[in-house]
Design a protein around this ligand. Sequence first.
Ligand code: AMP
Ligand code: MG
Length: 558
Amino acid sequence: MNLQFDNTFVRDLPADPEPRNHRRQVQGACFSRVDPTAVSEPRVVACASEVAEFLGLGPDACDTERFAQVFAGNQTVPGMETYAACYGGHQFGNWAGQLGDGRAISLGEVLHHNQRWELQLKGAGPTPYSRTADGRAVMRSSVREFLCSEAMHHLGVPTTRALSLVATGDSVVRDMFYDGNPKPEPGAIVCRVAPSFLRFGNFEILAARQDHDLLKTLADYAITTHFPHLGEPSPDVYVRWLEEVCRTTAVMIVHWMRVGFVHGVMNTDNMSILGLTIDYGPYGWLDNYDPNWTPNTTDAGGRRYRYDYQPQIAHWNLARFAEAIYPLVGDVAPLEEALAAYSQTFEHERRIMMAQKLGLEALQFDTPQLETPQVETPQLDPVAEDETEGQNAGGDGALVGELFEVLQLVETDMTIFYRQLANVPVGTSTEPTSDPSDDELLAPLKEAYYSPDEVSPAHRERTLAWLRRYVARVREDGTRDEDRLARMNAVNPKYVLRNYVAQLAIDKAEQGDGSLVRELLEVMRHPYDEQPGREEYAAKRPEWARHRPGCSMLSCSS
Ligand code: AMP
Ligand code: MG
């Protein structure tokens, strides 16, 4: 198998000297060398051909027995050096100490066309960081990680990628809802791919242990390898590095908000320093627009990681990262200033994003700024209720604010709503003649309602009032309807990886049939295109899926 390895992580950073694979606290090292544990009968369920291609694997590489063996962890390729990284993290707001790659094993870094790609097997067996768990992953969570990584990429959201999904032939016991009902499930392994899987937590663990020398070694490695444009590491460069992490994270979060993605477990060990969406666990997609929704049943009480709190949580997480690198800078003020770059970028990008979603040239209004948490703030203050966009602003602020209200009056599918809004006739195709009638305005949106019967006269009036305002606003720009449609359809996807659709693919994959996984991979390669014959995958959540585990409720068990 033709993969060119160049393993900077294990070459430049100190390894755990203990060679035995047993669970422990690992001090003074960034990783432990560990081999995957062999599985009994590896079988490739799906493979992402674009990823195979940018790694330099040939076009038919995935179809071979060798591929299945390598990406199940049963065989190695010359140049591979397998290891698990040491990191810590804040979980649900509390410092959790050492976590680390408990079931992810990196295979090394492939260099192809001057691009560096770390390959990592998730579910490849225990490591020193496995704590009390088994180092394995089940098919359902692996299908979800595989498909969503690729879906997010094609949606234009910064993310880690996925090369392969391999069934192991072994079963894994899981108590899916932690309610005393463990049962065996089919096991699987995903090979995921990213320039680096470094997380905020890799730095936090070293700061927490006051291992400042190693903290500096790791930061310098990260900067010279992955942020070379920042120049030679220095206190000033560490600050500019934080600022860049703030900006890329802000951009990522704006994309999540755009497509209705809820990560579900935004712990600091699940935050990439490259601003990539990482660690697909109990994530979900908004079906009906409900800003308070979280897919993660483990978080149902506090809803810390609910959809519209994600921007604030990312900021809080960045403050933890800033604290971690504080020893390298020695001064709080510049770190706080760098953290402010998050809010600035977020507000700027969100404004552009909302304008695009609505097909407007630009939004003109003052959005309230997110509060910048202090570097040493132990907890994020709850966001005041009146901070929703546009409540104190007129013009476009009110337009957007009222839209978010209207979307919640009755269950309205977020994805279908925006897609259909592009079909609302504004009447600028040719010369504006007569105003569109009420029925013409409302007709495209009907498809977005979960229970059309619930649309009361009052709701209809309020929606119409918003639509009239929207029409007037589009006319101010003078954008022709067909141009608006094209513009909106480029940012408002037709297809997202709906929770229930992914679950259908899981049901089949668990029976040994990977065809729907592969079909969905194809669908999600073109999420903005109309795909005749595949409309069923764009359909709103059916009633049976409303309360079905996996479709609306997920736990961290995976
Ligand atoms: P997560 O919340 O999934 O990002 O995982 C948090 C921590 O638990 C990480 O250190 C994981 O490596 C570890 N972990 C999760 N599941 C397992 C497992 N089945 N075996 C070993 N470690 C695990
Ligand atoms: Mg994780």
